[in-house]
Design a protein around this ligand. Structure first.
Ligand code: ZN
Length: 409
C-alpha cells in the first residue's frame, strides 16, 4: 500500500515536471504564447496551464503580460514569455579563423557577444583555451551573471560524451580533451557541452532560422572544411558516438586530391574553399575575401572565376544528390561559404541534382541558403547549453536569478 502511494506520488511529480518542461520549452523555442496557445501546444486544460504558468512566474522563469486586443472575441488571454534575465548560458564557437562567445538568455535573447579574429593556423588548443577564458571573463564582467551552462561549437569531429575533439584537421588538432580543459580553465562549476560546429549551426537554423518547423533537414556548411549535420524525423543524426554527419569526408572522387583527413578525393576537396580558390588561381589562404573576389570576377565575366564556381556547384550537386537519395530531406540548408555562393552556383548545382537524384526525393526537397549568417554555431551551442533547463526547469528553480538592473547593461 505504502509502496503504491509513493509510486503514484512520484509518477504525478514526474508528470508535473514534464508539463513545466513543455511550457518553458514552448516559450523558449516559439516565443511569447497566450494561455490558449499553451493549451493547444500541450493538450493540457486551461486551469492546468494557469496553475503551471503561475508556478513558473513565481520561480521567475516566465513573465505574464496582459494581452493586446487584436479584434478577437471573448476575454483576452494573458501572454506568457520566457524571462531572459532568469537564466543565461554561454555559447562559444571555435572556427578556423575566429573565436566567438555570446551570453544568451532564456527565450534565445543575446545579451552580450564578442568575437576575436585570428590568423588561420595559429589556433593551438592552448591559444584557444586562453582566448575563450579572456572572452568569457570580459563578457561575464559586462553582464554580471553566472551562466547555468556552457555550449561550445568547434570545427572538428567531437565525442559528445566527454567533449574530446577527436580530430580537427583544419585546426591541426588531434585528440584534444577540450571539455576537460575548458571546465578547468573557466572554473565555473557548470556543465560544458562540446559539439561539432555544423551540428550547432543546424540546431540554430532549426530553432531560429530557415528550418523552423521542418523535421527532416540536411545542413551543409563549407569554409576551409566542409561540415554537415542532419535532423531526421525531428531528431539530430548523431551516430553511436556522436561522430555522424561528417559529409565533408564522404569519398566522391577516387582520382581526386589528398584531403587533410588522410584520405583522398573527399567531398571537401571538390567543394571546399581551398578547391574554389585554387581553381580560380588565388592563394589557398585568401580566405573569405578571396571567395568574395571570385564572386566579383565571375560576375564581371572572368572565365577562370566562373569555371571555379561551376566546378564547386557541379560537385555540390553531385554530393547532394547522393545525400538526398539516402536521407530524403524536406530542406537542404547551405551555410557559410556555400550560403554565400548559392545564388551564383544554383543553376549548375540544380542540373546535377535533377540528373542524379531519384525523382521522388528530388521533388520533395528545397535547397536554400542559411538565414542566420555568422555566429550561427555559437547560437546553436547556446541552445545545447539550455537543454538541461528545458528538459527539467524545476531542477533550476532554486538557482540564482540575474539581477535585472545588470541584465540590461
Ligand atoms: Zn577527408
Amino acid at each position: 500500500m505504502r509502496q503504491g502511494r509513493v509510486d503514484i506520488g512520484q509518477r504525478s511529480e514526474t508528470v508535473h515536471r514534464a508539463n513545466l518542461s513543455a511550457i518553458v520549452r514552448g516559450l523558449h523555442e516559439r516565443g511569447p504564447l497566450s494561455r490558449s496557445d499553451l493549451v493547444a501546444l500541450t493538450g493540457l486544460t486551461r486551469s492546468a496551464i494557469r496553475a503551471l504558468v503561475c508556478e513558473l512566474v513565481d520561480a521567475g522563469m516566465v513573465i505574464e503580460e496582459p494581452a493586446l486586443r487584436r479584434g478577437t472575441p471573448g476575454r483576452p488571454s494573458p501572454i506568457a514569455r520566457a524571462n531572459p534575465r532568469r537564466a543565461v548560458v554561454l555559447g562559444i564557437e571555435i572556427m578556423v579563423d575566429s573565436i566567438a562567445a555570446a551570453i544568451v538568455g532564456l527565450g534565445g535573447v543575446t545579451l552580450a557577444e564578442s568575437r576575436l579574429e585570428r590568423t588561420r593556423g595559429s589556433l593551438s588548443p592552448d591559444r584557444v583555451v586562453a582566448d575563450i577564458t579572456e572572452l568569457t571573463e570580459s563578457l561575464l564582467r559586462r553582464v554580471a551573471v553566472a551562466p547555468i551552462g556552457i555550449g561550445v561549437a568547434v570545427a572538428g569531429v567531437v565525442r559528445r560524451s566527454d567533449g574530446l575533439v577527436w580530430m580537427a584537421p583544419n585546426l591541426g588538432w588531434a585528440e584534444v580533451a577540450l571539455g576537460e580543459r575548458l571546465t578547468e580553465a573557466l572554473g565555473l562549476a557548470v556543465p560544458v557541452s562540446i559539439a561539432n560546429d555544423a551540428d550547432m549551426g543546424l540546431l540554430a537554423e532549426h530553432r531560429r532560422g530557415a528550418a523552423v518547423g521542418v523535421d527532416d533537414v540536411l545542413y551543409v556548411s563549407g569554409e576551409v572544411g566542409v561540415g554537415g549535420g542532419a535532423i531526421i524525423g525531428g531528431r539530430p543524426l548523431m551516430g553511436v558516438a556522436g561522430y555522424g554527419g561528417e559529409i565533408g569526408h564522404m569519398p566522391v572522387n577516387p582520382g581526386g586530391i589528398p584531403c587533410r583527413c588522410g584520405s583522398t578525393g573527399c567531398w571537401e576537396t571538390e567543394v571546399g574553399e581551398g578547391a574554389l580558390l585554387a581553381l580560380a588561381g588565388l592563394p589557398p589562404d585568401a580566405g573569405r575575401e578571396g571567395v568574395e573576389a571570385v564572386l566579383r570576377e565571375a560576375a564581371a565575366g572572368v572565365p577562370t572565376a566562373a569555371a571555379a564556381l561551376d566546378h564547386v556547384g557541379r560537385w555540390l550537386g553531385i554530393g547532394l544528390a547522393g545525400l538526398v537519395n539516402i536521407l530524403n530531406p524536406q530542406l537542404v540548408i547551405l551555410g557559410a561559404m556555400h550560403g554565400r555562393i548559392h545564388a551564383t552556383v544554383r543553376p549548375v548545382m540544380e542540373v546535377e541534382l535533377d540528373r542524379r537524384a531519384l525523382r521522388a526525393p528530388r521533388e520533395s526537397v528545397h535547397v536554400v541558403a542559411a538565414s542566420l549568417g555568422v555566429g550561427a554555431p555559437a547560437r546553436g551551442a547556446a541552445e545545447l547549453a539550455f537543454e538541461p533547463l528545458l528538459a527539467d526547469p524545476a531542477a533550476f528553480f532554486g538557482s540564482a536569478a540575474l539581477a535585472p538592473q545588470l541584465a540590461s547593461a
